[in-house]
Ligand binder design. Structure first.
Ligand code: G3H
Ligand code: 13P
Ligand code: ZN
Length: 331
């Protein structure tokens, strides 16, 4: 029974003082790589699909691949999470597919680009909380906006979280975890100069709210991955991310969920480019997707160790969605 809510994984991480990576997936190789890393390091894990990824796979294909990850890894607590849900409708689709955790990103309007009002965010978040909790599914919401644009997710402008507003928002919506904006952005070009994060904002939010905190846009864009891509014909000069030490500081200050998509894309792309460049005679997808999967497994393992998620897969008894339904009903 290893499918658990994001809430259980993150509440436990908060108690234990460690971080949990939430890794974006689009295909089988990414899912297998993340699960192999979780097995190898004994880590609970959150696998997350954006609504773009679900749409790309016609929802059902990715949903079933994620379910396969749960079935194939009975010893690992796994949450199937919707990343950047834009509406109650999207959350409903994910929950019907068997997701145990959903994000409603009401910091933006339904188009995923236009910044919303506080009142809109509260309204749409409450509607998702009501629907999801009635089914034992936990909910992440966002207050403040990130920079960067990932295939339609993000306004491109950073608007740091107001700690008092965050507290009010949590009280009004009953969400289980909260994504805050402290200067990160999605994608591979996060900072023009130094990687400055607003740790003072994080500290203030942590002092005011008691639920797990989420950091989006948390890829580190490691130089060696960027160099590998550029070496084999890629062109991504000047890519930068959030240094690992900043993520570790954020975890020490009270962040529990660390969202990583870009770094996985970089690891896979570098490995695929290398095969194409050095073994041009190859054309079986397994000959390049296999090495991509291996490269991603190594990357995720290193993140699990850096976030100190390793060794926590057996710390607690999994709580089923049925049990969570009863828990939420009593609240
Ligand atoms: O936060 C955004 C994630 O990186 C997902 O990106 O919408 O391109 O799948 P995507
Ligand atoms: P990165 O682009 O930094 O990997 O962020 C991913 C993310 O926040 C997914 O929701
Ligand atoms: Zn995000």
């Amino acid at each position: 029974m290893p499918l658990v809510t994001g809430k259980q994984i993150l509440d436990e991480a908060k108690k234990g003082g460690y971080g949990v990576g939430a890794f974006n997936v689009n295909d089988m190789e990414q899912i297998q790589a993340i699960m192999a890393a979780a097995e190898a390091t004994g880590s609970p894990v959150i696998i997350q699909a954006s609504r773009g990824a679900l749409k790309y796979s016609n929802f059902i294909y990715l949903g079933y691949l994620m379910k396969a990850a749960v079935l194939d890894n009975p010893g690992i607590p796994v949450a199937m999470h919707l990343d950047h849900g834009n509406s109650l409708e999207t959350a409903k689709k994910a929950i019907e597919l068997g997701f145990s955790s959903v994000m409603i990103d009401g910091s933006l309007m339904e188009d995923g680009k236009t910044p919303s009002t506080y009142d809109y965010n509260v309204k749409v978040t409450k509607s998702v909380v009501e629907y999801a909790h009635a089914r034992g599914v936990s909910v992440e919401a966002e207050i403040g906006t990130l920079g960067g644009i990932e295939d339609g997710v993000g306004s491109g402008k950073i608007h740091l979280t107001d700690p008092k507003e965050a507290k009010k928002f949590v009280d009004e919506t009953g969400v289980d975890s909260l994504a805050i904006a402290i200067g990160t952005s999605h994608g591979a070009y996060k900072f023009k100069g130094a990687a400055n994060l607003a740790f003072d904002v994080l500290k203030e939010v942590r002092a005011l709210i008691d639920i797990p905190i989420v950091l989006h846009g948390a890829s580190s864009v490691p130089k060696e991955l960027v160099d590998e891509i550029n070496k084999y014909g890629g062109q991504i000069p000047g890519a930068t991310g959030v240094p690992l030490e900043s993520l570790q500081k954020a975890i020490a200050l009270g962040v529990q969920k660390i969202n990583v998509d870009t770094d996985g894309r970089l690891a896979m792309t570098g490995a695929i480019r290398k095969v194409f460049a050095l073994e041009p005679e190859k054309f079986d997808p397994r000959d390049y997707l296999g090495p991509a999967r291996t490269a991603l497994t190594e990357l995720i393992k290193s993140k699990m160790l850096a976030f100190k998620t390793n060794g926590h897969s057996n710390d607690y008894e999994p709580i089923s969605l049925e049990q969570m339904k009863e828990f939420y009903a009593k609240k």
